[in-house]
Write a protein that binds this ligand. Structure first.
Ligand code: PMT
Length: 468
């Protein structure tokens, strides 16, 4: 597709050098962009990887007070190696000038494809079809409504309709607007359409109200964008069509008193990665999530829970339609025997908490399974990985156990990557995989599901033949 190029930062600097333009001669807004917009620390450097080099991001900016934060999103994506082009709505230009994004991206910023200075006569087509990902930050209630209904009356909404790339939107608006049934309906529609959504943060808004509606942290938006790019690069195929996955993800939270609880560091990433991978391979997916710190993938049914008991009940209520169950959640094994009605006072020198066992969700699913349901469990271990995994496989009567060493700093809990060891029930031979992204690990797990399923089909066919 011609008409648009995705200039790299180095090329823009070369452009300045070739014309002997010194930084101090650049208009003040340009200079400020270079000087002021920085991420703190090296967090972005950590996620910069060759896999993102040259990935093309179309960044849409709509009109809200948070529009200026889109510049940080742009810089974060560039630091990861991506090439970013920007499109703005007319209202966004009232909050921040296109010039800022032009300076940062080194490229023409499109507001109106009919504008005489637009270098491409059908910009919404070329812009959308040459991108690997469309990110919209901030997305206003109005823009979300347009996306949800398919209204294409400006450049950004036309681009959304014309795009075949994955879409990530980060809403930002007044709390009441965010909570309004119409907005929530539109957001649900977009989720069902496969759009990735980063829920807004809670906090004090520009209008003075306190609640959800503030644009999510730019760093979180960048990380979510990179995770989508990573997943898009993973192998695809529709080999799980007809399967219905029920997956648990995240941490449970066991209340001690009104302000304290027992929990763990599970982010939900592993469970969500399996959900996303299964969906892209054609499966229907329901996730029963506990407390999570990352966004749920698009195109799945999400049931939110908190305690182990709530998670158990949600699994019990949804297991009848599932064909594959995956227990990726870090479920509390114990909970306080009694929840104090009032905050426990700091009066004693020491405090003894009386704990009782929670229901083992995985064990109960395996014990009451119908024919054809595959049951997969995780094992979070800090030692003797193989031995403990084998023990869980037989004790809990699983089809597959996926063990991970949770003492490692670079894998397991709240990490982008994981290093898993899988033991299937038929061979009992451990398959150890190196450190890889959770998306890649999820695909390996699903390959094992496909193999176990074909095994089951072969043995059923053999039994039927024998019976004849
Ligand atoms: O969420 P992330 O930050 O991405 O981290 C991923 C992870 C480390 C949490 C994940 O990869 C993982 O290991 N999940 C299982 C954690 C765990 O609780 O392991 P376990 O060995 O204690 O439990 C064994 C299995 O029984 C697990 O499948 C667990 O979901 C299940 N279980 C445990 C207790 C209980 N009451 N009910 C359960 O279903």
């Amino acid at each position: 597709m011609e008409g648009f190029t995705w200039p790299r930062r180095q090329d823009f600097n070369r452009f300045l050098r070739a014309r002997k333009i010194k930084q101090r001669f650049i208009a003040r807004p340009f200079q400020q962009c270079y000087i002021d917009l920085q991420f703190q620390g090296n967090t972005m450097a950590e996620i910069s990887a060759p896999e993102f080099s040259g990935k093309r991001i179309a960044l849409g900016v709509s009109g809200g007070i948070a529009a200026y934060k889109a510049a940080e999103v742009l810089r974060g994506l560039q630091r990861a190696g991506c090439l970013v082009r920007v499109a703005m709505t007319r209202r966004a230009c009232e909050f921040i000038q296109p010039l800022t994004f032009r300076a940062l991206s080194g490229s023409h910023v499109i507001v109106d494809d009919y504008a005489p200075d637009n270098p491409d006569p059908i910009a919404h087509i070329t812009f959308s079809q040459t991108a690997d990902l469309l990110v919209v930050a901030p997305a206003t209630a109005n823009l979300i409504a347009k996306f949800a209904t398919g209204l294409a009356d400006d450049f950004l909404s036309s681009t959304y309709l014309a795009s075949t790339a994955p879409v990530l939107i980060a809403p930002a608006m007044n709390t009441s607007m965010w909570k309004h049934a119409a907005t929530q309906r539109n957001v649900a529609t977009l989720r069902a359409d496969g759009v990735h959504i980063i829920d807004p943060d809670e906090g004090e808004m520009a209008c003075g109200t306190i609640g959800p509606g503030r644009l999510s942290d730019p760093e979180r938006i960048v990380k979510a964008a990179l995770e989508i790019l990573r997943n898009a690069a993973a192998p695809r195929g529709q080999d799980l069509t007809g399967e219905h996955f029920l997956i648990t993800a995240g941490a449970t939270r066991e209340q001690i008193d009104p302000v304290r609880f027992l929990s763990n560091r599970s982010s939900g990433r592993m469970g969500f990665a399996i959900a996303e991978a299964a969906r892209t391979r054609g499966a229907d997916v329901t996730v029963v999530a506990g407390i999570t710190s990352v966004e749920a993938p698009a195109g799945i049914s999400l049931i939110k829970t908190e305690s182990a008991e709530e998670m158990y009940e949600a699994v019990r209520d949804n297991i009848s339609t599932a064909t594959v169950f995956v227990g990726a959640a870090a479920v509390a094994d114990y909970r306080p025997a009694q929840i104090e009605k009032n905050k426990i006072k700091k009066s004693q020198r020491s405090l003894v908490l009386n704990l009782e066992r929670t229901t083992d969700i995985l064990e109960s699913v395996a014990a009451t399974r119908r024919d054809g349901l595959l049951v997969i469990g995780f094992a979070a271990e800090t030692e003797n990985l193989v031995q403990n995994a084998l023990q869980k496989l037989t004790q809990k009567k699983l089809d597959l156990v996926v063990a991970n060493d949770v003492s490692r700093a670079d894998a397991g809990f709240d990490s982008l990557n994981n290093s898993i060891l899988m033991v299937p029930r038929d061979t009992k031979a451990p398959v150890e995989l190196p450190l890889m992204s959770k998306a890649q690990a999820a695909h390996h797990l699903l390959d094992e599901v496909v193999r176990l399923r074909s095994l089951a089909k072969t043995s059923t066919a053999a039994q039927q033949k024998q019976a004849r």
